[in-house]
Design a protein around this ligand. Structure first.
Ligand code: SER
Length: 338
């Protein structure tokens, strides 16, 4: 089985590649950044490729045939607002390049390549805090009015993927069984002991914990009552592989909410302080980043994922800290070269 992962150097890439390697996949990786450290051991072939470069993407598909694609490369929500044109180019055009190349290969090989796409809670746009507080568990088809270019591009690509898997060249004579098999999840904020994300807006969660583990204090850029769903990175890697393994006939939708737990910035601080008692936090609100977090739901309804493909997080809020983040993060900062 051969897998392509784009954006291998990002936070999700790290967790996923170890899992795919242990499941016996040959992994081809594409990124603008050379992979560093442990993950390089798990990559069979690396392509230095900017996914918005169509020729670069096509070259990979000329040389390799894939059973599955995990398209992770993306410019996140805060990074996207610094350069929306670049974010649209990478996030939308890049995804389109991959969808086209995968579709051409699927049709030529007469085999539906699986295309797994992580979308985000950023696809939602809750109009105000009153609605956010009242309408806690948001369903997949509600409030789809994102305010960031990142959220807009994720929502567009969910629909593009669905189009390429069902209606591509609607008027053409195409064997639709050989179109790509597109599956997508909307991730919440992710918490990893191995990587600190860059350019995201849920970053206050992981930044806080990584600061505490290094004996530093943290200046938080959102209010203490800011609340969104989060998930342990170990669960996020499982989400992608279990969605990929789910029998196609069970999937009633192409996009699923998933979440671990819904917590406020203050609750993350309180839990972090239990393990690092000297840790202190101050708040200096960045109004723009606050507006982004306020537009994301407090919690999401993931019953469709539970029903259709048996999604269940292994790590609840407490376990994420006590059994996953804290032991690993302590080890990481005690051995600084890791
Ligand atoms: N973690 C992402 C961000 O903050 C949300 O999916 O942009």
């Amino acid at each position: 089985m051969q897998a392509l992962i784009t954006g291998i150097s990002g936070e999700v890439g790290h967790g996923l590649i170890k899992k795919l390697h242990s499941q016996g996949y040959k992994v081809v990786a594409a990124d603008i950044k050379e992979p560093e450290g442990e993950i390089s051991e798990y990559i069979d072939q690396f392509y230095s490729c900017d996914i918005s470069d169509k020729e670069g993407v096509d070259k990979i598909f000329e040389e390799k045939h894939f059973d599955i694609i995990f398209h992770l490369a993306s410019i996140l929500s805060t990074g996207g607002e610094k350069n929306p044109e670049l974010a649209a180019k990478v996030n939308i055009e890049g995804t389109l390049n991959l969808l086209e190349a995968a579709t051409n290969q699927s049709l030529a090989d007469k085999k539906a390549i699986k295309f797994i796409f992580p979308s985000s809670i950023a696809a939602y746009g809750i109009p105000n805090l009153k609605v956010k507080g009242e309408r806690k568990k948001v369903k997949e088809d509600e409030y789809l009015n994102p305010i960031t270019i990142y959220g807009i591009s994720k929502l567009a690509c969910e629909n593009l993927g669905n189009y390429f898997s069902k209606n591509y060249k609607l008027l053409g004579e195409i064997n639709r069984d050989n179109l790509i098999d597109f599956r997508c999840v909307r991730f919440p904020g992710l918490l990893s002991p191995d990587t600190v994300p860059s350019g995201g807006t849920s970053d206050y969660g992981p930044e806080m914990i990584h600061a505490a583990a290094q004996g530093k204090n943290y200046e938080c850029f959102v209010r203490e009552d800011s609340r969104i769903p989060f998930m342990a990175m170990a669960d996020a890697a499982d989400v992608l592989t279990s969605l990929a393994e789910a029998p196609k006939e069970n999937l009633k939708s192409f996009v699923y909410n998933v979440q671990g737990f819904s917590v406020s910035a203050l609750q993350i601080y309180d839990m972090t302080k239990k393990f690092f008692p000297n840790f202190e936090i101050t708040y200096k609100i960045n109004e723009e980043r606050q507006a982004i977090v306020d537009s994301w739901p407090e919690d999401v309804d993931d019953t469709n994922a539970q029903k259709d493909w048996g999604w269940k997080p292994k790590y609840n809020y407490k376990k994420t800290f006590s059994e996953y983040l804290i032991p690993k993060i302590k080890q990481r900062y005690l051995t600084p070269d890791k």
